[in-house]
Design a protein around this ligand. Structure first.
Ligand SMILES: C[S@@+](CC[C@H](N)C(=O)[O-])C[C@H]1O[C@@H](n2cnc3c(N)ncnc32)[C@H](O)[C@@H]1O
Length: 529
């Protein structure tokens, strides 16, 4: 299951070569694929836009499909991911501080460097096309400058540049330069590996995996969708999650299931989080409600009983809520999907549209209030809390440059309040799933430890074991890599891009104590993380 250092296995086909002929046109005028990539970088740099929202619109506008769309995507996403390394190289090739170079010119240079050093576009084509792009998109003025700078870049190989950049610097800075991550993220990732029971020596594999384009994961909503059409088109069964598949990027709306919402694009790690909550053992289900005929279907430590109430406290945009709702429908439960941001609540509504409405409702409340408003109201509660997103850097190419340590510190208070509220909203014997798409210790184990310390009686379940039971393949998500696999690891679970090929999702499953032992877990406002 372990992927190699460059994440190449997942990319299938090893190191990628792009010829200058990938885009439709050659010659002195710029081609639409490079223009689409340039426009995406401009929107990201100048308007704080998200590349994954901008690029599809630019591909459509320029009529790009197939190889041309693939070229534009690799150029835009790759340049954004590698921006730290490319800027460090450019700084050595420009005779003034790089941040005094006009931003559009800087973006054009980044695209040029990416073609030269990462896409193996022949140097003459990378130079000519970048100059042509600049002429068309910026004006003739900077052509000579761009040409001269890229010529200097092209005089060395990527390995030579990396050796030069990393000579005489400390390990963290070197890893940041080599793998294009801010140094604070490198530090955080190293701490995260150790905190989750893995070897700090995996750091470079993890950083490399952040730079590999992720495959697209699909899930067929259980009981509602199937993947036959996708398999016929070359999708492969997912190795980790039931009812999942991987497929090459492309226009997935051609599939009927994707169109009607019964097949969804969802990272496998997210799928497993929803499945683990649905499968987690709850204690002492309310037998009367669970089974009005009197025969209890749930006793201590069993999975779902008919009539259970589930809550997704932070549901937008609705990926996990949709899967939970489909599972709930199969298992005779109902889901309340809560999302306070109105536009994201609309996305949840759209995500849930494929599931019959008998299985779900949507609320738009502050999740911090739910525990007080509906104490002990739910059997299973998911809080997939707002987080730094450091576990999904593969999918959000610009995110690493936007986040800061202050974001992590700021989110800690909200994360703790949401978890406390979730515990208060869970009935005695019920289960809470605390999830983040970040492995940062401050957002994961520190939050869980802190809340557990202040909420006597709440028990941390063996989350890696529950996750393994919900998965197709043992994940060993409690850490203890390699020969130590049988040693006991943490009771929280952490997935990793370089190990599992998923986003770095964190999961802790907590069971609320039986009524007699329970100390009310009133959500309070917030102490420092
Ligand atoms: C990580 S996302 C959840 C992703 C979602 N579970 C999915 O799988 O699609 C966190 C969500 O929490 C929402 N949120 C932010 N503050 C909140 C609060 N006080 N109460 C509940 N949800 C909140 C955000 O708007 C965001 O949609």
């Amino acid at each position: 299951m372990r992927r190699n250092a460059q994440g190449r296995e997942r990319n299938r086909g090893g190191e990628r070569h792009f010829s200058s002929s990938a885009p439709a046109r050659r010659g002195r005028s710029s081609d639409p694929a490079r223009l689409a990539a340039f426009e995406t970088l401009r929107a990201v740099s100048a308007d704080d836009a998200y590349a994954n929202l901008v690029l599809p619109a630019r591909l459509r506008r320029h009529g790009l499909t197939g190889r041309d769309a693939g070229f534009a995507t690799e150029l835009a996403y790759g340049s954004l991911r590698s921006m730290g390394t490319w800027d460090a190289i450019l700084a050595r090739c420009v005779d003034r501080p790089l941040d005094t170079v006009d931003p559009p010119v800087r973006d054009a240079l980044r695209l040029g460097v990416h073609q030269l050093l990462a896409m193996r576009v022949p140097p003459h084509a990378a130079l000519d096309q970048t100059v042509a792009l600049a002429r068309e998109a910026i004006g003739a003025g900077p052509s000579g400058f761009i040409n001269a700078v890229l010529r200097r870049v092209s005089e060395r190989s990527l390995d030579d540049w990396l050796d030069e950049l990393t000579t005489g610097v400390d390990d963290t800075t070197a890893a940041g330069l080599r793998y294009s991550h801010p140094t604070w993220v490198v530090r955080a990732m190293r701490q995260a590996l150790v905190a989750h029971g893995r070897d700090a020596g995996e750091l470079t594999d993890l950083l490399a995996a952040d730079n590999a384009a992720p495959v697209v994961n699909l899930v067929a909503l259980p009981g509602l969708g199937d993947l036959a059409e996708e398999f016929a088109a070359g999708a492969e069964p997912g190795e980790l999650a039931v009812g999942s598949a991987t497929i090459a990027a492309g226009d997935l709306s051609r599939f009927a299931g994707v169109q009607d919402g019964t097949v969804r694009i969802q990272d496998t790690g997210s799928q497993l989080v929803a499945r683990a909550l649905a499968a987690a053992p709850v204690d002492g289900a309310d037998a009367d409600r669970a089974n009005p005929d009197g025969a209890s279907t749930a006793s201590s430590g069993t999975a779902t009983a008919d009539g259970e109430r589930w809550l997704d406290g932070c549901a937008g945009p609705g990926g996990k809520a949709a899967l939970l709702a489909a599972l709930a429908l199969q298992q005779g439960a109902t889901v309340t999907a809560n999302e306070p941001a109105p536009h994201r609540a609309d996305l949840v509504r759209r995500a849930l549209a494929a599931v019959p409405e008998t299985a779900w409702r949507i609320t738009e409340r502050d999740g911090r209030a739910i525990g007080g408003d509906e104490p002990a109201g739910y059997d299973r509660v998911l809080v997939d809390v707002p987080c730094s997103g450091l576990g999904a850097l593969r999918r959000r190419p610009e995110a690493r440059w936007r986040r800061s340590p202050a974001d992590v510190a700021q989110l800690g208070a909200l994360q703790r309040d949401l978890l406390r509220s979730a515990i208060a909203a869970t009935r005695p014997g019920g289960v809470v799933a605390y999830a983040t798409c970040s492995p940062h210790p401050a957002e994961t184990v520190a939050v869980v430890d802190d809340v557990l310390r202040r909420t006597p009686g709440v028990e941390l379940l063996d989350t890696p074991a529950v996750l393994d039971a919900a998965a197709l393949t043992p994940l060993h998500a409690g850490g203890t890599a390699g020969s130590d696999r049988d040693a006991p690891g943490p009771r929280t679970a952490q997935l990793w891009p370089h190990v599992h090929g998923t986003d770095a999702m964190f999961l802790a499953l907590l069971r609320v104590p039986a009524a007699a032992d329970q100390t009310p877990a009133t959500p309070t406002t917030t102490e420092a993380p």
